[in-house]
Write a protein that binds this ligand. Structure first.
Ligand code: PMP
Ligand code: GLN
Length: 383
């Protein structure tokens, strides 16, 4: 097989969900809700199916859905996008990210990412022959150091990937970060891929600093979001990409031969459901309550909680509980304590895995019913 495939193992999310199922453990590892979305969403999908809306949609996505996305973006971020030329519906954020990388990165091109890094970026970059260049985010705040990023830029840099709210740390980029990034890239041809799948999950009254709202940065950016996160339907695998017309044209060149298009009735259902903006605007308060509930569960435990400003993930240090490196601890925790978590080292490149394992931090997902979080809390407090 091609040499880069040797480096690609099985994603940690598959590994930990299987182990959790095998052990009958509470799964706070892979990020997905354990509760249902509202029936109105399923009614809308059912009606679309019965109405015969079951054939291929346009390659770019259903016009109804693209208009609904444009409407949301205008309301939330004050930017009026052209639904035909600047919005593309994708099979979740994962496909959007892979397709964007395939569209913008060629053999030998460099892509800057921030470590800890979401697990799909590096394999995608290396699959198309690109080279991954890592900037570091350090615990507990996981803040980017823009001077460090500046030093990593070379004439081969083609793409820079940001992710806010950040998986796995829950850190946020603020407006000043976007200004710093815009200044850094001024005059270059570097494209920004902004992974904003957790855009509606920001806490403490913070506002999500979307790249879409940043005029200068938006002009060179591809912004990715996911309805799976926003409407509690990770299994529907529908998301979207926002990008200026020229970048959208390039994105669609690959998109049309990658998936061509995505599930018609589900697109129509989401288009109808999202007209009521309270459904995504309510998400911050909804998940902030879950974050606070989960943190309260662990307050009397020996876990040390790191800050969480966004996303539905909580990092926790366990050095008062165990000397095991994080991957072994995550397996032990699943088997012996009955709670599955993700080792933070899963989000690091090979050279940095030893230090990450020794940092002894795991990630819990709190997108769960209170009863689930309470049951997990009880088990975790015994350690
Ligand atoms: N990016 C990040 C940061 C994520 O956390 C996830 C999902 N966990 C994705 C992309 C993929 O989203 P989707 O399920 O829509 O493919
Ligand atoms: N993004 C989710 C997480 O971080 C998992 C997505 C997946 O399973 N590929 O847990």
């Amino acid at each position: 097989s091609r040499p880069h495939l040797e480096k690609i193992g099985t994603t940690i999310f598959t590994v930990m969900s299987k182990l959790a199922a095998d052990c009958g453990a509470i799964n706070l590892a892979q990020g997905f809700p354990d509760f249902q979305a509202e029936p109105a969403l399923f009614d809308a999908a059912h009606r679309a199916m019965l109405a015969g809306r079951n054939q291929y949609p346009p390659m770019t996505g259903m016009p109804e859905l693209r208009r609904a996305i444009a409407d949301k973006v205008a309301t939330l971020y004050g930017t009026q996008l052209d639904a035909d030329a600047e919005i593309t519906v994708t099979a979740g954020a994962t496909q959007a990210i892979f397709t964007a990388i395939a569209a913008f990165v060629g053999a030998g091109d460099e892509v800057i990412v921030f470590e800890p890094v979401y697990d799909s970026y590096a394999p995608a970059i290396e699959t198309v022959g690109g080279k991954v260049v890592y900037a570091q985010l350090a615990a507990p705040d996981f803040r980017p150091d823009w001077a460090q990023v500046a030093a990593l830029i070379t004439p081969r840099t083609r793409l820079l990937i940001i992710n806010s709210p950040h998986n796995p740390s829950g850190a946020l980029l603020d407006a000043a970060d976007l200004d710093a990034l815009a200044a850094l890239l001024r005059g270059s041809g570097i494209v920004v891929l902004a992974d904003e799948v957790y855009e509606h999950m920001v806490y403490g009254g913070a506002r999500h600093a979307s790249v879409v709202a940043h005029r200068e940065l938006a002009a060179r950016s591809v912004v990715v979001s996911s309805f799976g996160k926003t409407y509690h339907i990770t299994g529907w695998k529908i998301g979207y990409v926002l990008a200026p017309p020229a970048l959208t044209r390039d994105f669609r060149k690959i998109h049309q031969f990658n998936v061509f298009t995505v599930n018609t009735p589900c697109q129509l259902a989401i288009a109808e459901y999202m007209q009521d903006h309270s459904r995504h605007l309510g998400l911050a308060a909804f998940y902030e309550a879950k974050r606070d509930f989960f943190r309260a569960q662990l307050a009397a435990s020996r876990f040390e909680l790191l800050p969480c400003r966004g996303s539905y993930f909580q990092l926790a240090r366990y050095d008062a509980i165990s000397d095991l490196p994080d991957d072994e601890f995550a397996i032990w925790l699943t088997r012996e304590a009955g709670v599955a978590a993700i080792p933070l080292s899963a989000f690091y490149s090979a050279g940095n895995v030893p230090a990450a394992r020794a940092a002894r931090i795991v990630r819990f997902c709190f997108a769960k019913q209170e009863a689930t979080l309470a049951a997990a809390g009880e088990r975790l407090r015994r350690l």
